[in-house]
Write a protein that binds this ligand. Structure first.
Ligand code: NAP
Ligand code: GCO
Length: 270
């Protein structure tokens, strides 16, 4: 099949994008990038207050977003949400599994309920969401699923055992969806953000009592070739690429948007 490439390949005009947990944070930035590329934005969050705040925040930047209250770990609620979206807005062309949590606890001190909760939201929910949208993507013979992975899809560190297990599993779920549904012209890829300035990482950047930077903040800056954290907007371009026709032959790939952390042994301490 010959395709004449042009810049319209990066357009999301006419596409419906569903981003989970996107009232703020990385999801909000990804949705903003998709809207700039022409997509219709649908998002969900865990409660009405967050959804209302999200709708207002999108409106402030000129985006009319459709918001749903839905816990992504609840399969019935997810299926009801997807049925409503398909009935009232249209079939989902682009799904971004962004909703996620982290609990930073030394593994031997972590209770199993907390471990299970992280796995449920960060790994089981992307399965539930993908399972809900794939039937319509098969009918349309096209679809894009983007799973928000992490550096912890590749690396471990102290206190994030549940999160690393979930994000490592999400990397392999991404590859398996790509393998199982590629012949339906459905591409499933991941984005592995580096360390991004959001609410989730705020504890790692807190100023110390003496006004100095958090030790982990200094550590990450020393591990990043660009010597800095990044903001969620840096993920927009890679996400639009993976959501667009420009990436129709990219499948099962985890695109690390990490400023080079995974490539870099780290700066020698002075
Ligand atoms: P965030 O600021 O904590 O936002 C996560 C969003 O997901 C929140 O709106 C949260 O709602 C929502 N959410 C949580 N559980 C949910 C559920 N069961 N159902 C529906 N929504 C739910 O996190 P973030 O930093 O933007 O991260 C977004 C994604 O990127 C996550 O998957 C995270 O693991 C990943 N990531 C983040 C970084 C980083 O450096 N920040 C780097 C790599 C990967 P609540 O406000 O109610 O919790
Ligand atoms: C942590 C951080 C990381 C980031 C991100 C890195 O405690 O190490 O929260 O896990 O959130 O996942 O890619």
């Amino acid at each position: 099949m010959t395709q004449t490439f042009d810049m319209n390949s990066f357009s999301l005009n006419g596409k419906i994008a569903l981003i989970t947990g996107a009232s703020y944070g990385i999801g909000f930035s990804l949705a903003t990038g998709f809207a700039k590329a022409g997509a219709t934005i649908v998002f969900n969050d865990i409660n009405q207050n967050l959804v209302n705040k999200g709708i207002e925040a999108y409106k402030e930047i000129g985006i009319t977003a459709h918001g749903y209250v839905c816990d992504v770990t609840d399969e019935k609620a997810v299926q009801t949400m997807i049925q409503d979206i398909e009935k009232n807005i249209g079939a989902v062309d682009i799904l971004v599994n962004n909703a996620g949590i982290i609990k930073r606890v030394p593994m031997h001190e972590m209770n199993v309920e907390d471990f299970r909760k992280v796995i449920d939201i960060d790994l089981n929910a992307p399965f539930i969401m993908a399972k809900a949208v794939i039937p319509s993507m098969i009918k349309k013979r096209q679809g894009k699923i983007i799973n928000i992975c992490s550096m912890m899809s590749e690396l471990g560190r102290e206190t994030v055992s549940a999160y690393a297990a979930a994000k490592g599993g999400l990397k392999m779920l991404t590859k398996n969806i790509a393998s199982e549904y590629g012949h339906h012209n459905i591409q499933c890829n991941g984005i592995g953000p580096g360390y991004i300035e959001t609410i989730q990482t705020a504890p790692l950047r807190e100023k110390q009592a003496d006004g100095s930077r958090h030790p982990f903040d200094q550590f990450i800056v020393s591990r990043t070739p660009a010597n800095r954290w990044r903001c969620a907007d840096d993920l927009m371009g890679p996400a639009v690429f993976l959501a667009s026709d420009a990436s129709n032959f990219v499948n099962g790939h985890i695109l690390y948007v990490d400023g080079g952390i995974l490539a870099y042994i780290g700066k020698q301490p002075e």
